[in-house]
Design a binder for this molecule. Structure first.
Ligand code: SF4
Ligand code: SF4
Length: 445
């Protein structure tokens, strides 16, 4: 045991403010699986504060406990003190990563997420070779062969679809309508920050957003050099890779931000990462490495003022509801929808009414626990703790099935991956559609 008090202000401040009321415990996602206070918000604050005070060392148990948190932020919404337990966990993961290092598979993944040219090539290759590796089952890819190493990583899970060309390869710069004669100075000028899963795997999400914006006579700009938001690296404690991506994005977006009225993100995790976690990451980097990020925090403030989740902006700042009033009602029995609230939309950004309003032409049935985490949890949970993701995902699949809906929707492709996997594993025959895909379909686009 060391007597040295480490300068870990974010961890210590939160732990000291906890009044031990336990309001955060019953709804905690990992507590619902383990039923153990060592993996619950209050327990996390206890062990992290003991570590911060030098009374506890980081060891395998500490690592296992902290890495079991889903970062769903449910605890933050329940806590009467609004303690930032998610930030405390993220901060502790940085020290875990510094002590244990980043596993090789993550290093490769994070390197690729920061190198679009190589990733474009790999995903195109994946498209052409996926029929050899994967077989289609109920419209989803599953591993075809029992290749031991691959089986270990992928298990029996549903694999995301591959596309021949990414969204950013299909669209770049100002789209055609801007250059057309109809362009007027009163038109809104909107940029799209797409997110990696919509860029590479669920390309129709971005395509739908472009079509909706063009139908609204908005000038659309696709910043071609946008980078990953850094969420996979941040949630794994890889702070240097995270801030490298954040700073590249901030420098790049600053070059054209003045020309835009807003930047839309059709992905809850990326939106929450940019609007909330980029500042946490920059502050953590300053705390751990003594780097002055003041200039980047200023750039970030300007960017966040103009950044919105796509559904929120469409609902609040366009005439889309008027268009939807004139669109057909799709209330037949084949189009019953249930909506899952991504944690990074409802709990962190408070966006949950907007997508429901935009889907008003469909029959909406609310599933039980629509705001309960789907169990995605990030790279570590999906790879090293997949049993936890399955446990939580099974409950979500059960609630979706019980709702009687034919389609489940959520504004998040990480939820889409996890929910599709859970539905197939539980033999629940419900399709997943992003709200933007449904809106575009409803508008006949
Ligand atoms: S973020 Fe979610 S899983 Fe982690 S402690 Fe809070 S409620 Fe539990
Ligand atoms: S709800 Fe907040 S104050 Fe109460 S035990 Fe949990 S973290 Fe502490």
């Amino acid at each position: 045991m060391s007597n040295v008090v480490r300068p870990l202000s974010i961890m210590q401040k939160s732990a000291l403010s906890c009044v031990k009321c336990a309001k955060c415990v019953p709804t905690c996602t990992i507590y619902s699986v383990n039923r153990d206070e060592v993996t619950a918000p209050r327990g996390y604050l206890d062990i992290v504060s003991a570590y911060a005070e030098g009374k506890l060392r980081i060891d395998e148990n500490f690592k296992d406990s902290i890495e079991s948190c889903f970062l769903c932020t449910t605890c933050v919404t329940q806590c009467p003190m609004s303690l930032p337990i998610d930030v405390v966990i993220e901060r502790a993961r940085v020290d875990i990563a510094r002590q244990y290092g980043i596993p090789l598979y993550k290093k490769i993944a994070f390197f690729l997420l920061g190198n679009r040219k190589i990733l474009n090539f790999i995903f195109s290759l994946g498209f052409y070779f996926s029929p050899c590796l994967f077989k289609a089952q109920n419209g989803h890819n599953k591993l075809r062969f029992s290749i031991p190493k691959l089986k270990e990583i992928l298990g029996n899970r549903v694999i995301m679809p591959f596309q021949p060309r990414s969204f950013l390869q299909r669209y770049k710069g100002w789209l055609e309508s801007f250059q057309s004669d109809s362009a007027s100075v009163t038109q809104q000028r909107i940029g799209i920050y797409i997110g990696c899963l919509s860029n590479y795997n669920y390309v129709n999400v971005g395509v739908s957003l472009v079509k909706i914006l063009q139908r609204l006579d908005v000038q659309v700009f696709i910043p071609s050099k946008q980078e990953c938001c850094g969420a996979p690296a941040f949630f794994s404690g890889d702070i240097r890779n995270t801030t490298r991506l954040i700073k590249k994005n901030l420098d790049y977006f600053a070059t054209f931000l003045d020309e835009l009225d807003a930047i839309l993100i059709p992905e809850a995790t990326c939106a929450s990462m940019l609007k909330l976690d980029w500042s946490h990451a920059l502050e953590i980097e300053s705390e751990v490495f003594g780097i002055d990020n003041t200039e980047y925090l200023k750039k970030l403030e300007l960017l966040t003022q103009k950044t919105f989740m796509a559904s929120e902006w469409l609902y609040k700042h366009t005439r889309i509801m008027k268009l939807l009033q004139d669109a057909p009602l799709w209330q037949d029995t084949e189009n019953i929808i249930t909506y899952h609230d991504p944690c990074h939309a409802r709990k962190t950004l408070k966006v949950f009414q907007e997508p429901r309003q935009l889907l008003r032409n469909f029959t909406m049935v609310e599933m039980q626990g629509s705001n309960v985490c789907c169990g995605f949890g990030g790279v570590t949970i999906q790879s090293e703790k997949y049993h936890l993701a399955k446990h939580v995902g099974d409950n979500k699949a059960h609630n979706i099935a019980k709702s009687g809906a034919h389609i489940v929707s959520a504004e998040c492709s990480a939820c889409r991956m996890q929910i599709n996997d859970s539905l197939v594993r539980n033999n629940v025959n419900v399709d997943f559609k992003h709200p933007l895909e449904l809106i575009a379909q409803n508008l006949g686009l």
